[in-house]
Ligand binder design. Sequence first.
Ligand SMILES: [Zn+2]
Length: 493
Amino acid sequence: MSSAKKNIKTYNGFVPTIGLEIHCRLNTATKLFCNCPNSYGDTPNSNVCPVCLGLPGALPRLNKIAVEKAMLFAFAVGGHAAEKSEFSRKQYFYPDLPKGYQVTQFEYPYCLGGMLSVNSGLSVELERVHIEEDAGKNIHLDDASAVDLNRAGSPLIEIVTKPQIHSPEDAAAAFRFVYEVVRAIGICDGNLEEGSLRCDLNVSLAKEGAAKLGTRTEVKNLNSFRNLEKACNYEIMRHVDTLLAGETIVQQTVGFDAATGKTFTQRLKEDSDDYRYFPEPDLHLLNISDEWKAEVRATLPMLPHEIERELVEVDGVSAEYAGILKDKTNLYVLYRECHQSTEPRLSRSSLPELAKWICTDIQKLSGHEGSEGSGNSWKSSGICEVILQIDTGKISGRAAKKVLARMWDTGKPPLQIIEEEGLIKQADTSFIAKIVSEVFESEPQAVSDFLAGNQKSFGFLMGESMKRGRGSLDPQVLREVLQKELDTRKDVI
Ligand SMILES: [Zn+2]
């Protein structure tokens, strides 16, 4: 179900069609088929055993937690977990693949259906999601190559979209959506630099309005949103130039060099038949029962785009602040804690104000993202108190900034700070009238200027009164008192 609002870009009369294949490394404690630690950065070849080294006679055992994490992704994108799925051997020779084949899912993947609901204008259907093991890593030195097999056998899911994307921007947005989802449901650390999430994209061009897609090329291993967009742009332009020159596109796999911003040929594409897939004889069919599905589904948390929608539609938070809260988990957690605080309790109408303060002053006070781990309770009740004081008109926004900053510094409760610093908005008319008459005495020129018709003097007298009242005067009441006192003088004249 693709929406009409998505970006369809044309390049010299050609429309690009893009599909993504995203590899996501699951953050399980152990590998997919053995008990070796699934961890990054250890001494090379220290996390290996006969199973992940592919030694003769070693038998794989499927990691249940990996399957549950994979299922969670299926549910998060609205896909369904197949009752039965199958692991197969994908045969190819490469130094980082000790068994000479990779165990993956081919004919019967565990997840079918589902879509990436990237934003209101862009939904991309999924072709399939399957579970597979990662390969090791080749390290190329000056005069030799080495191989580290710590990563061999790590659990991955491969998420394959249908070719329903038509611009580099949308391709990057779809990748980012997956990044947000896998982090929100806690199945992947999302570390792009370490390759926990990497994206291949395939692109083909067709004449505008033509039904048949052109020959496609595949860009491998993109590990940032920006590189994905750049590589996609470059590859589209390369296709356009080739086609305009009357040449044909060669089906191939290319790499992307971030330093030059260009793609380069890696290998000509082999057909999938070359892999000689056959069912993995050492593993049973994967059976996912309804009970198991229900158990896993019950652990599915709210997703970022659902959070954003709820903030805007239910809580009335502005789109700008909802976007910030969606992205910054620590701020969102604080927001919800304030929302759920019982003493003091905020009314629903205060929530937009709460979101505003959390996304502005409180974000600054909290420092950079991630610095707030635990112990928010004094903050949430303090923040609620400050919002209540603003809402009931007891303190001004300016005073609230001061209170929050003092609260963060000292940990004192806001009511105490307000009292100590004399920050209560002064709305007592006789008190304000006294200050106004003092100002009239010290600024007779401004008073006569106003009476002679100079409206600007009013602002000056307001400012002087505020200063004398140390910023605590209720501006609305001050304005009324000032006007009244000046009117009285007018009558005298
Ligand atoms: Zn192992």
